[in-house]
Design a protein around this ligand. Structure first.
Ligand code: GLN
Ligand code: ZN
Length: 764
């Protein structure tokens, strides 16, 4: 008999019930009890959906973040959260969300825990805060309560924990101490926890150790051995779960740990299965994650059975099957998508459908393929339809791609020559000022967009409204004295969706929400087919904006790598190829903007860095095709056209050469919060082109002072020649209000003027 299980289920709810309950609670409209009731209802529903599994995960639910839950369970809670008093739940949300100064009766603000990306996903977790002083103490009540809930539903349950090494690995110390040294203090708490789980009747526990798919040094590997040796024999049987990648040099380690089973992500590590079977002791369970928990395509059931059936013969009862990772990273239920185009819908599977697929696989393994013939046939039909769809495969797109084969995407002339021509054309002062693209997205703008989408106002009325917003935005920028203007992006809901909606090859869901962090969800578009751009996407508006001013207008586009990294992407061809198709579509737009007389074009690559593979060994390959795609999109323009790119983060040290290789004339980046620390990289590496290190932290409501911004730029000028520096905010202004933005930009322009006086006279 083949055993089925799941690693985790999306918690946000089919209609984002958890989001609305959380936000209602934070606004003070819903009390803690009602919030907990909503959460319990969601858990019960999710457990019912999973009831056909042999083992249903429990403890995967979280009110905010599973890593933060684990930190609370281990008693590793920052002092500042406890000191403010209140309930355990208050303390939890305080770490999750912080608390603004002046909020409630306490006068000092409490800062939220740092948030960062969960491996290579778009999910963000709260980083455990550690120091040499950190002590641990078990607080298992939350988990135990959830176990009892599941028991009351008479389900066979499997508690889910983040393993000790991965939890430490995700954490950070601020006192310079080594977090691995906390391991001996941590192990007894895990032992106690495992004992408790046994007492609650758990037969199995799932211990997530995805850090095993990353590059680990010897100390961490030893940590694994030590920890699992110390935990051996205590608690339920242990299923060590790895996901998001291959084990590679950690394979022997993972197979040698004294646990009862190992889970492998077969969407990414399928070629390691043989080696794992050879290495894993024969009394161990091998769980194979054969259904992709990171994407939304139907599984090829018969191909998966071709793979699984021989393994079932060899492994017998030792074989378990599951999704590759927690289903947290896919939307809940395709059945909610009543508007989705019928053809595309047939190709998809969300969390609920993925569990049905798992069930089908298990039946076939147990009773033979004949027992589920109808389902297998339906699956084969859907896959065949996708494979032969003319909306997926377009010969003309593939031809264009082939024609590009040897094109490295280089500009006509090197930067020095281009820069001279651009200076002549644009006539910008020293320290030119600009913004990143968006201006405040007021409630009115959002309302108008909604009214237009839902048919309450017609295209003409909407266009007039947007033009009026553009006019206001241009007038304000002229009044402020900015040098390179933008149109303000009032028409854009989202920098990916806006372009995806206008490209062929993309589909959109209505409820395809995926948790990004806490109550925040994103709805990634679905890139299903060859990409074509049927008509210009931005040209009319940008041309209109340029017609309103004598100053240079900057056209604003999202880059191919970002479009790719923030979508669910087709799995029937390499991502690099899909990215190049996107690049071609953006390139056409760039060329039309240029032909329309737009002198400056910015191509945002906000998600370039986050596409980096987990293993360093794979970075070069990714950077190679990603940077080339950017160059293809950007570099088919004349020397006089100035290309900008923007990235809203500041960790460049390890990829600076690739960034320089993009050869954008100007790059704007986030730096103000790190006090220009990022520019340290420019001591060793001479960045060749122009750069705008952000001086206005747009994440904060604070209005930066003239002197502060001036000082930041002076720091920058120590490392980069002033002739190549721009003055701009860290990122787009859409989340801020006009009341904040106007004085901040006024100060920014004033700072630039002071800098000009200072450096001009120095040069003289
Ligand atoms: N041009 C976009 C804006 O200004 C850039 C957003 C981003 O980098 N995330 O909003
Ligand atoms: Zn940004």
């Amino acid at each position: 008999m083949t055993t089925t299980h799941n690693l985790g289920f999306p918690r946000i709810g089919r209609q984002r019930e958890l989001k609305f309950a959380l936000e209602g609670h934070w606004r003070g409209e819903i009390n803690a009890e009602t919030l907990q009731q909503t959460a319990a209802r969601l858990r019960a529903r999710h457990h019912r959906i999973q009831s056909r599994l042999d083992w249903t995960p429990v403890g995967d639910f979280s009110l905010y973040d599973q890593v933060l839950d684990m930190s609370f369970l281990l008693g590793a809670v920052p002092e500042r959260a406890r000191q403010a008093g209140g309930s355990e739940l208050d303390a939890y949300f305080r770490v999750a969300r912080g608390r603004a100064a002046g909020d409630g009766d306490c006068c000092a603000g409490i800062h939220a825990g740092e948030m960062t990306k969960w491996f290579d996903t778009n999910y963000h977790y709260i980083v455990p805060e550690l120091s040499a002083q950190t002590e641990f103490k078990l607080h298992a009540d939350r988990l135990i309560d959830q176990i009892r809930e599941t028991r009351a539903q008479e389900l066979s349950f499997k508690p889910v924990l983040i393993g000790p090494l991965t939890w430490l690995w995700l954490g950070k110390t601020r006192d310079g101490s080594d977090r691995l040294e906390l391991l001996p203090r941590l192990i007894p708490v895990y032992r106690e926890l495992l004992q408790k789980l046994s007492d609650e009747g758990a037969h199995w526990v799932q211990i997530d150790e995805p850090a095993l798919v990353t590059d680990l040094d010897e100390a961490w590997r030893q940590g694994y051995q030590e920890a699992y040796r110390a935990l051996a024999g205590s608690g339920p049987r242990k299923l060590l779960t790895t996901y998001f990648g291959r084990l590679e040099d950690n394979l022997e380690l993972a197979c040698s740990l004294p646990v009862d089973g190992l889970h492998l992500d077969c969407t990414r590590a399928r070629d390691e299965v043989e080696r794992v079977i050879d290495t894993l002791p024969e009394d161990r369970i091998l769980s194979l994650g054969v259904i992709d928990g990171r994407n939304i395509w139907k599984t090829n059931l018969s191909a998966t059975l071709d793979f699984l059936e021989p393994l079932r013969e060899r492994l017998g009862k030792r074989l378990w099957v599951a999704p590759s990772c927690s289903l947290l990273h896919v939307p809940v239920d395709l059945a909610s998508e009543t508007d989705l185009d019928d053809e595309v819908r047939e190709w998809l599977a969300f969390a609920v459908q993925k569990l049905e697929e798992l069930d089908t696989l298990a039946e076939a393994l147990r009773y033979g393929r004949d027992s589920i013939q109808g389902r297998l046939q339906a699956n084969a039909r859907a896959l065949a339809a996708r494979k032969s769809s003319t909306r997926v495969h377009k010969p003309q797109v593939q031809k264009r791609l082939r024609d590009l084969a040897d094109d490295p995407g280089r500009r006509n002339s090197p930067y020095a020559e281009r820069s001279a021509r651009q200076r002549e054309r644009l006539r910008l002062p020293l320290f030119p000022t600009t913004t990143i693209g968006s201006f405040p997205q007021t409630a009115e703008i959002r309302q108008q967009r909604r009214d237009h989408r839902e048919g309450r106002i017609d295209d003409d009325a909407y266009r007039r409204f947007i033009e009026q917003e553009i006019a206001r935005c241009v007038a304000e920028q002229e009044r402020l004295g900015l040098d390179v203007l933008v149109h303000g992006e009032a028409e854009r809901n989202d920098m990916v969706e806006y372009f995806g909606e206008q490209l062929e090859g993309y589909a959109f869901t209505r409820f395809g929400w995926v948790q990004s962090y806490g109550s925040r969800c994103v709805k990634p578009p679905i890139l299903f087919g060859d990409i074509e751009r049927p008509q210009p996407m931005t040209v009319e508006r940008i041309r209109h904006a340029q017609s309103l001013t004598e100053r240079p207008m900057k056209g604003m586009l999202t880059g191919p790598v970002t479009l790719l990294n923030w979508s669910f992407v087709r799995d029937d061809q390499p991502r690099s190829e899909t990215c190049l198709q996107l690049a071609l579509a953006i390139r056409e737009e760039v060329q039309e903007l240029e032909a329309a007389g737009i002198p400056v074009i910015q191509i945002d690559e906000a998600a370039l860095r986050e596409g980096l593979p987990l293993r360093r060994g794979e970075w070069q390959d990714y950077l190679h095709w990603a940077i080339r795609a950017f160059r293809i999109s950007a570099n088919a323009v004349a020397d006089e056209t100035q290309i900008h790119t923007h990235m809203c983060y500041s960790e460049f040290n390890d990829i600076i050469e690739a960034i320089a290789d993009m050869d954008a004339d100007v790059i704007t980046i986030e730096t103000s919060r790190s006090q220009m620390e990022l520019l340290d990289v420019f001591e060793a590496f001479e960045y060749p082109n122009e750069i705008g290190p952000g001086v206005y932290d747009i994440h904060s409501p604070n209005i930066p002072k003239i002197e502060e911004m001036e000082a930041l730029m002076e720091k920058a000028a120590e490392r980069i020649p002033p002739q190549r520096l721009w003055v701009n905010p860290d990122c787009g202004l859409k989340t801020r209000s006009w009341e904040e933005v106007l004085p901040a930009l006024e100060n920014m322009v004033a700072a630039a003027q002071r800098l000009r006086r200072k450096y001009r006279s120095e040069a003289a």
